[in-house]
Design a binder for this molecule. Structure first.
Ligand SMILES: NC(=O)c1ccc[n+]([C@@H]2O[C@H](COP(=O)([O-])OP(=O)(O)OC[C@H]3O[C@@H](n4cnc5c(N)ncnc54)[C@H](OP(=O)(O)O)[C@@H]3O)[C@@H](O)[C@H]2O)c1
Length: 229
């Protein structure tokens, strides 16, 4: 009989880096709630991950609906100890080529919906005195690296970075919230020319999701090392 110590919710767990994160956490005897856009893809992902993983439907287009759905998930499956905000979209278009619609959609899916989950699940983590939150960011969201990706993507990841930093003080030292840059990874988003496998891209997020009690909070990490915002 398998006994799980912690429960992790991973968004976009049906493919790419999210699937690799979910598999890596499940291998550490963590109960995984594999979240995906539809019930069908969530169930398929959970069956593939195995190790007691549970599929949960979690479309991220509407942050207010995400709050309601987060409540439904915890009502059905109990508290979440680890939240991995992995799902994201990459809209093309640099500078003036970016559309306002792309910016709004990217901010909703890449920043506001992750915030909704942080709000709903992070507050309960704080009350229980333990939690880990990982936000999948990107070097393209870094001011230090020049915000040099497509505009809507870079700005939405910079917003996610800002949410990470701003929430770290409020969540307190027992709930660790950090941003992770996975590097350039071979997924539908990264393309087949990318240098890293999904498993390599998942390494730093998994490390942050399982930090010890003296681990860092409120930081931005790539290859398990801090990088500037
Ligand atoms: N790949 C890279 O080189 C790279 C580099 C830096 C950062 N990242 C970040 O790493 C994370 C994972 O990227 P990836 O390369 O694994 O991307 P991916 O292969 O394109 O997968 C994206 C995931 O997000 C989900 N998703 C997108 N929009 C959604 C929505 N509205 N509701 C629910 N789920 C939604 C997708 O679900 P569906 O299957 O239903 O579409 C899919 O599971 C992203 O946040 C990305 O920005 C990736």
């Amino acid at each position: 009989m398998r006994s799980h110590v912690r429960t992790a919710l991973v968004t976009g767990a049906n493919r790419g880096i999210g699937l690799a994160i979910a598999e890596g956490l499940a291998a550490q005897r963590i109960r995984v709630l594999a979240a995906a856009r539809s019930e069908e893809s969530a169930q398929e992902a959970a069956a593939g991950i195995g190790a007691g993983a549970i599929g949960v439907e979690l479309p991220l287009d509407d942050p207010l609906e995400v709050e309601r759905q987060a409540r439904r998930i915890t009502d059905a499956h109990g508290p979440v100890d680890i939240l991995v905000n992995n799902a994201g979209i990459l809209a093309d278009g640099r500078g003036l080529e970016a559309t306002t619609a792309d910016l709004i959609e990217s901010l909703m899916i890449n920043a506001a919906s992750p915030f909704a989950l942080i709000r709903m699940l992070g507050e309960a983590m704080k009350a229980r005195g333990w939690g880990r939150i990982v936000n999948l960011s990107s070097g393209w969201g870094s001011f230090d690296e020049g915000l040099r990706g497509p505009l809507a993507y870079s700005v939405s990841k910079a917003a996610l970075n800002a949410i990470t930093f701003a929430m770290s003080g409020d969540l307190g030292p027992q709930v660790k919230i950090n941003a992770a840059g996975p590097g350039w990874v071979r997924t539908r988003m990264g393309g087949q020319a990318a240098a890293r496998s999904p498993e390599e891209g998942a390494d730093t997020p998994i490390w942050l999701a399982t930090l010890p009690d003296d681990g860092p909070t409120g930081g931005f990490f790539r290859d398990r090392s801090p990088i500037p915002w």
